[in-house]
Design a protein. Structure first.
Length: 76
């Protein structure tokens, strides 16, 4: 009987005591949420910058094509 009480007491103690305090858990959860929001914003910004970069590459290719065309016209 004494062993049962000890086991029950230890079990109850384990269930009621957490490894991390509620305050610390809430703080970490808030940091996690903020990090997720920051990640989402960064991903959107990355996609926008990639689109701008692609547009710039296309403009450079067009300009190089025009330069080559003008050079060819100049040599004829």
């Amino acid at each position: 009987m004494r062993t049962m009480n000890t086991v029950a007491l230890v079990g109850a103690t384990i269930l009621t005591v957490s490894c991390v305090s509620k305050k610390k858990y809430t703080e970490l959860e808030t940091k996690y949420d903020n990090t997720r929001v920051s990640l989402t914003k960064t991903q959107v910004e990355k996609e926008e910058l990639e689109a701008k970069y692609s547009a710039i590459e296309n403009r450079v290719a067009d300009y190089n094509s025009k330069i080559n065309s003008l050079r060819d016209d100049n040599y004829q």
